[in-house]
Structure formats: structure tokens, C-alpha cells
Design a protein. Structure first.
Length: 647
């Protein structure tokens, strides 16, 4: 039975005319006549008496009219109900959120959505028990949003970063704390407010400080209070507190970064993928505007309930019935400023241990980290060759030397997994001459001896420039072993009239041995430092490598987003702030400034290996065919995806 047939019959019955019925339904009279005949045929009964002069219903027609009128009225009521419901749905946006969480972000989002739709829609909020409830509500309601703590991407739901929050120090005044950011250890003996016991923030804080060797109980003068009233209490009392703070939140009291806790957590906006295009477009504009208003720095983002991206079998392919105590040996150069953001800073901020701690609980290995400090590359290469180091940070020349001499050809057991820092204008290495020689140009050192730390970036730069001026075979190079005590270095330097070194050691040795810098540049066209890992270690412990790169990404974020990082790096390395600034500070033309940058530049490695690297093991009359170091980008890509920096 066709509804159009029913409506045609009812119109004829109620108007008493085919002509009037056609007019009321905006159809032709023949069309109305055909529809009524079709209904009669379906019911196998005559509904209209067509023999009389005046149109009237048959007995069957009267009965049919009574029944169909009720049915059509019910249909109209049903359609009206759902139409009103749809209209109401279109005119209302609901923001779902968890109880007592993200109050500031929800309030901010509410204002932004109201401003975006300018009163054309009713905006409402609704509390849910947990993230799962929020996701279910958003999946059912196309015109809704959800504020959640973990990024998701399901069939019906996608999430976008709405805001970030990090544990920060709240204070009105505290004479014992100075500077724009502080170390967590400096707060241990302070009278301090912490989040309520057993609250989500309290449990999260406990987890964050555990890898640093700290517990909440180490804060002897602590008290616990709700985070919602902590800012007012701190402002009134003059005490200090630790609280999760949104990036765009403005509190009544001051907020100070805590270095070890600087990596933020994400606050995400859940959106129904099936919403209409206009709605999604408006929300996308809101998110884009919100992002542009924040710092132009891509932040690594931690999930509060981070899930392992790899399965247990993928991470630990070699199973054991007992937990294996596994020590990861990392080689860094604490006083080589070009590498400190990815080396010493990672160590001081406890970032590597923190990420390893996330996989310790349900893994078959207990990881610990041993940080090994070196002053130059040569002993690092020896330690890698002997299997004493698993991960190391070294410079361009050392990397090419390893590929072409230590692990030559198919037996190569190292792989480059990330860059650390770059200088597009050169290595920043310098050559000094004894002041009593009067040497100013590099050619003056022909048939002379130059002291340089072998296998260092300065060594590679010196070899490149001596070879370029065709005096390499006529110049004697003496190894300047920086691993020795300072008193033992002086005799090495005194055997040479020249000395090449990288910052800051060139400054130290210049002062101690009365050298002066020559006018000729002794550098390379560009320079870089990188992370190398033993291939066998990476194969058996891929997630341990990923954790290290995640720690580096977080340290780089700390460096870029902290207002005075050079002060902390100076304190952590024992190198004066002016020297640190000369390497990592604001660039001033073609200087020795290095940029912390983890992007692997394969073209740089190829260019350095083929056209800059000088292999001293190759005789001068032999054509040099250099071997490219092995490169693996997947580890870095995986680390970036885990931290929401790469989709």
C-alpha cells in the first residue's frame, strides 16, 4: 500500500471532489484518479460511488476512511516528533567531559564554541564517568564534542589536541627559589602543597618522579590539597605547590616550570567523524586558531594512560622465564656543548629512565641506565667496538671513521638512528698557534706538528683543510688525549706548535698554553652530531632505542620552550654560560652556533662521507672509496608518532 495513494483517497473523501483533492495536493486530477483506483485495486473493494451525481463514499470507503485517517495522523505525529528532534539536535551542541577534570579547558572550549556559533546554537555541557562514556556519547550524537585525556582514532571518532598541561610550581614568593625554571630536587625541603592523596594527579606525580629516584614521602614538609583551590591557598599563604596547569591557563599565583616535569600531557577533543562537513569545518577552524595562538613549538605529548605501541612479543622477541636485569650503557660527552641537549640534559632530567620505566612493569627485562662520560670520540669508538656501549653520541668524522675503518663493509654493527645537532655553516673548530711562532695562516704549519684530539670533529675539520691546501702529507698530527688529566695534556700540547680543538676545549687550552687563534678558517662546509647504536642491541631491544629518542625529543622541547635553558646547561656541565651561549645561543652570522635538531639528513651524511671525510688509513696514491654509514629512520619516526609529533 502506497502512502501517496492513501493521501489521495483521504483528500478526495474530505473535499468531496477529485478536482479539489488534486489542487490541495498539488497534483493533476488524472493522477489523483489513478492513485485512488490503485488503492481500490489493492484492497479489492470500491471505495467511491461513481454512479451518483454527487461523489460519495461506499460503505467500504467509509470504513477505510476512518482507519486510514487515524493511521495518517499517527504517521504525521511520528514525522513531526522526529523532525523536531532533528531540529533540536541541529540547534544544540553538547560538550561531554569527565567529572572534576579539565575544568579550565572545558570552560575555555565552551566560550570558544559559543563565540564560533554566535548564538545560532544552544551550547551545553554534560559530565561523564570516564573517557569510554564520553566516546560512546559522541559516537551517538553527531553534534557533540568530548574532552578526553588520551588520543583515539576509531571508526566513528577521531581526536585532535585541544590543550596541554604539565606539572608546574605554584608560588607567590619563595626566596630560596630563583630563575625561570627550577630543578625538582631544589623543592624537597620546602614547605609545599601537593595534589590530594589518591587523586589522579597525585598518582600521576608519583609515577613521574619514581624514575628520578624520588617518592612523595621525600617531600618532608608536604601537605595535600585539592588542585582547584591550590592557587588561592598558595597566593594567600605564600607557600608553594605542585599542580597540573594547562598551557593557556592564567592563575592567581605565579607558575614556574619544573625542569624534570616539563614534558606535557595532552588534552584532546573527540569529534564524531559522521558530523556534517560544515560542523567539522568550523571545529577545525577553532582548533587551528587555538594552535596558532600558542607557542610555535611542536610539543611531545604524553598520554596519561599510555598504551604500548608495540606488542610484548615485538618488543621482547627473546623470552625468558625470569626477569633479566639489563644495563644500557650510554656514551655521552658532558662538556661537548654541541651535544648536551641530547646527552647531559636527558641525563639530568631523568627522561630516559622515565620512558624505560613505562615498559619495565610488564616486560621480561628490568632496565637500568649507566651514563658514561667521555671528553672526545676516540674512547667512545673503542667502547662501541668492544661492546661496552650500546648507545652513543658522536660527531660527523667519528661516524664516517667507524663505517670505513672499525666496522668496514658487511660486518658493520652500528646504525645512525637520529641527528643531535647541526651547523649548516661548519664545524666551529679552531686552530691555534703558539704566540711566539707568529703563525697566522694554515700554510705556516707545513712540516710542523699540530696537536688535535684524534677522531674528533676538530680532527676531521683539520684533515679536510690540510688536504684541501695540499699540505696534509707534510704536517705531523699529534693526538691530544682529552681523557687525561689537565696536567698530562700540557706536555702533549707542548710537543706541537699548533693545536686544533672544538669548543669549549679550545678556549680552555688557549688560556692554559698561551695559544692564539690563526686567521685562516679551519672548518668544514657543514657539521653534525648524531646518535649511533649497536645493531645487535637495537635488534634485541628496539623499544629501548625508541625510548632514548623519545627522551631526546622531550629534552629538545625543554630546551626550546624554557626561557633560560643555557643557565641550567652551564650548571649541569660546569662550562661557563658564555661558552654555552657561543655554541647554542642566538646565531650571529656564520659562527660556531649549533642547532639542536634530530632530523636525519641523509644527504649531509652522503656528502660528508664522499667529499669531506679524509680516511688516513688510505695511502695518498690510492683512490678513496668511502662507505656510507648505515641509517635507520624508523626508530625516530616511531618515537615521534608515540609522542603525537608525527601522524
Amino acid at each position: 500500500m502506497d502512502l501517496s495513494q492513501i493521501k489521495a483517497f483521504l483528500a478526495v473523501a474530505e473535499t468531496g471532489s477529485f478536482t479539489k483533492a488534486a489542487k490541495s495536493l498539488h497534483l493533476s486530477q488524472p493522477s489523483i484518479s489513478l492513485k485512488v483506483k490503485a488503492l481500490e485495486k489493492h484492497l479489492k473493494a470500491a471505495l467511491i460511488d461513481r454512479q451518483s451525481n454527487k461523489l460519495k463514499l461506499t460503505e467500504a470507503g467509509e470504513f477505510t476512511h476512518s482507519k486510514l485517517s487515524t493511521i495518517v495522523n499517527d504517521i504525521d505525529s511520528l514525522e513531526s516528533y522526529f523532525q523536531n528532534l532533528h531540529t533540536q539536535e541541529l540547534s544544540k551542541i553538547t560538550i561531554y567531559h569527565e567529572k572534576n577534570l579539565y575544568f579550565f579547558s572545558v570552560t575555555q572550549l565552551l566560550g570558544q564554541v559559543e563565540a564560533l556559533f554566535k548564538g545560532s546554537k544552544t551550547i551545553a555541557t554534560a559530565q561523564c564517568e570516564n573517557q569510554q562514556d564520553i566516546v560512546q556519547h559522541v559516537a551517538k550524537n553527531k553534534y557533540s564534542l568530548g574532552v578526553i585525556s588520551n588520543s583515539i582514532n576509531q571508526d566513528a571518532i577521531e581526536s585532535h589536541t585541544l590543550n596541554t598541561e604539565e606539572f608546574m610550581l605554584l608560588r607567590k614568593r619563595s626566596p630560596s627559589i630563583n630563575g625561570d625554571s627550577v630543578d625538582l630536587s631544589s623543592l624537597i625541603n620546602e614547605k609545599i602543597w601537593l595534589p590530594e592523596i589518591n587523586s589522579d594527579s597525585f598518582n600521576l606525580l608519583q609515577k613521574r618522579i619514581k624514575p628520578l629516584g624520588l617518592e612523595v614521602n621525600d617531600f618532608k614538609n608536604r601537605s595535600h590539597i585539592s588542585e582547584s583551590i591550590m592557587p588561592q591557598v598558595v597566593e594567600n599563604s605564600g607557600d608553594i605547590g605542585i599542580r597540573l596547569c594547562s598551557q593557556t591557563e592564567h592563575l592567581i599565583c605565579n607558575q614556574t616550570r619544573i625542569n624534570e616535569l616539563s614534558t606535557p600531557y595532552g588534552i584532546y577533543l573527540a569529534i564524531n567523524k559522521n558530523s556534517d562537513e560544515n560542523f567539522i569545518e568550523l571545529i577545525t577552524k577553532l582548533l587551528a586558531h587555538d594552535t596558532s595562538a600558542q607557542q610555535n613549538i611542536v610539543a611531545p605529548i604524553l598520554n596519561k594512560n599510555a598504551c604500548k605501541a608495540l606488542t610484548k612479543d615485538q618488543i621482547y622477541p627473546y623470552k625468558s622465564s625470569e626477569k633479566l636485569e639489563t644495563t644500557i650503557n650510554v656514551g655521552i660527552q658532558i662538556r661537548t656543548i654541541q651535544t648536551v641537549v641530547s646527552g647531559r640534559a636527558v641525563q639530568k632530567l631523568g627522561l630516559y629512565e622515565s620512558f624505560l620505566n613505562d615498559i619495565d612493569e610488564d616486560s621480561e627485562k628490568n632496565f637500568s641506565v649507566k651514563w658514561n662520560d667521555y671528553k672526545s670520540a676516540a674512547p667512545i669508538l673503542s667502547a662501541i667496538k668492544d661492546g661496552q656501549l650500546d648507545i652513543a653520541i658522536i660527531g660527523d668524522y667519528a661516524i664516517s671513521h667507524m663505517a670505513n675503518n672499525i666496522f668496514k663493509g658487511s660486518t658493520q654493527d652500528i646504525v645512525v638512528v637520529s641527528f643531535v645537532s647541526i651547523n649548516p655553516y661548519g664545524s666551529g673548530s679552531n686552530l691555534f698557534a703558539r704566540k711566539n711562532t707568529g703563525f697566522k695562516q694554515l700554510e705556516s704549519f707545513k712540516n710542523q706538528a699540530i696537536a688535535v684530539p684524534f677522531l674528533s670533529t676538530a680532527h676531521g675539520s683539520l684533515l679536510y683543510n690540510l688536504n684541501k691546501r695540499k699540505i696534509l702529507d707534510n704536517t705531523q698530527l699529534v693526538n691530544l688525549n682529552l681523557e687525561h688529566k689537565e696536567s698530562d695534556i700540557r706536555p702533549q700540547a707542548k710537543r706541537a706548535v699548533g693545536m686544533a680543538c672544538f669548543t669549549p676545549f679550545d678556549h680552555f687550552l688557549e688560556e692554559d698554553n698561551h695559544y692564539q687563534k690563526i686567521t685562516d678558517e679551519v672548518s668544514t662546509p657543514f657539521s653534525f652530531y648524531a646518535v649511533v647504536v649497536r645493531k645487535s642491541f637495537a635488534t634485541q631491544n628496539p623499544y629501548a632505542v625508541i625510548c632514548f629518542l623519545k627522551a631526546m625529543l622531550c629534552s629538545n622541547y625543554w630546551f626550546r620552550s624554557t626561557s633560560s635553558p643555557l643557565q641550567h646547561l652551564s650548571r649541569w656541565t660546569g662550562v661557563s654560560e658564555s661558552f654555552v651561549h657561543s655554541i647554542l645561543g642566538k646565531r650571529n652570522g656564520k659562527d660556531c652556533h649549533y642547532i639542536p635538531d634530530m632530523t636525519i639528513r641523509e644527504d649531509w651524511i652522503k656528502e660528508y662521507t664522499n667529499n669531506i671525510f679524509i680516511d688516513t688509513s688510505t695511502k695518498a696514491d690510492q683512490k678513496q672509496t668511502s662507505i656510507m654509514p648505515e641509517i635507520e629512520k624508523d626508530f625516530l619516526n616511531k618515537a615521534m608518532r608515540d609522542l603525537g609529533m608525527l601522524r
